[in-house]
Design a protein around this ligand. Sequence first.
Ligand code: GLY
Length: 463
Amino acid sequence: MFSADLYSDRRRHLKTNVNSGLILFLGNGESPINATENCYSFRQDSSFLYFWGIDLPNLAAVIDVDADTETVFGDDLSLDDVIWTGSQPSLSERCRIGGVNRSAPLTGLHETIGSAVKKNRPVHFLPPYRMEQTMLIADLCGLDRRGVVKNASETLIRSVIRLRSVKSDEEIAQIEAAIAINGDMQRVAMQMATPGRYEREVVGAIEGLAYGQSGRKTPFATIFSIHGQTLHNHCHGNRMKRGDLAICDCGAESPMGYASDTTRTIPVGGRFTSRQKEIYEIVEGMQADALAAMKPGVPFKDVHLVAARRLSADLTSLGLMRGNVDQALETGAYALFFPHGLGHMLGLDVHDMECLGEDYVGYTDRIQRDRRFGINRLRLAKPLEPGFVVTVEPGIYFIPLLVQRWRAENRFADQIDYGKLESYLDFGGVRIEDDVRVTSTGATVLGQPIPKTVAAVESCCRT
Ligand code: GLY
């Protein structure tokens, strides 16, 4: 955990922003797989971790802004529990580490919230994403279950996002610890991407490595696939053969729960073909251009378009696109090859704070979501600020169904050479992703370098 003062400070800022009423935080509970006592690995809610620092299930916390009190609600383990789990520090001990000096049994939560509701005092809560939390908030606040999310406090959501968006040096150190693990995962994937192996063998090895190094599960399900044209391919049943191209999009959690998220594209057998190398180096160029364009004040949407510009120019040189690059950006023809956003915020969540509402995190009143295909999936569009940590993950994909559909519709036929594209329909995809901190003057890729150039990836594959 960070110092108690840091958690107190975060809550103090929150109180100032929210200004009055009660702020209710619900931690996560255990989540059963197939029976109440057989659960998925526990993962604390990230806002709870951020403001209270306590990584235990079945807790709630309340800040009474007007009375200036902070209370964590939870129950200490009974002897029965301890027989199964071993003894644990008491709740009040854990609270002290997070700078909180009041704790109370969970039953007290109903009384605290109930009496505030009776007095018509505002109770601010974040939108829940688990049904148990939804039911509990409905119960505590006397709301209909279906109305809970829309009654979440916009003031609280905006305040939490303002605080969590800017990462302190301590948080950067955690993200870099996660990237260090991630680098090892990528290197092992490169070494294991050999003909005859199943994708799942690589996934098992790298997810095990992540757990072995930090004691935490991965922040999202690993994508490792020789069918990289499927953006989030979670099927790992293919047997790799020489000449395949595998996308490895994976992450790790630091000991304190901060995420990393990187992608490399790996030639199975250790050598890119010349056609793979051509596309790979275009994606590398897209990322380099995007990184060079990033600095405070620049909308990330513009950075996305910088990457799209490079793609359009280079695919025009290759003969897959034609015509004017400005036109390709305007019409969105480039999105045939790049149908996702350039990146997203990263922090305690892999898509940081997305549970609070993607538009709150990534958009502003002035920069609204663009509805055009491809860029409509951009999670972050607003101007960058020093301290933001974002992923930069351009890609080029050849998605047969999409190509066939657009071709049948004659869509952008003046800008795409569908005839030439035919021979790429077995290509798959390339994605390259790093985690980047916005500084006061530009942007830096975080962590120690992970093999990225064609030569570096090929060399790592052979070690
Ligand atoms: N790396 C997985 C994702 O960004 O969704």
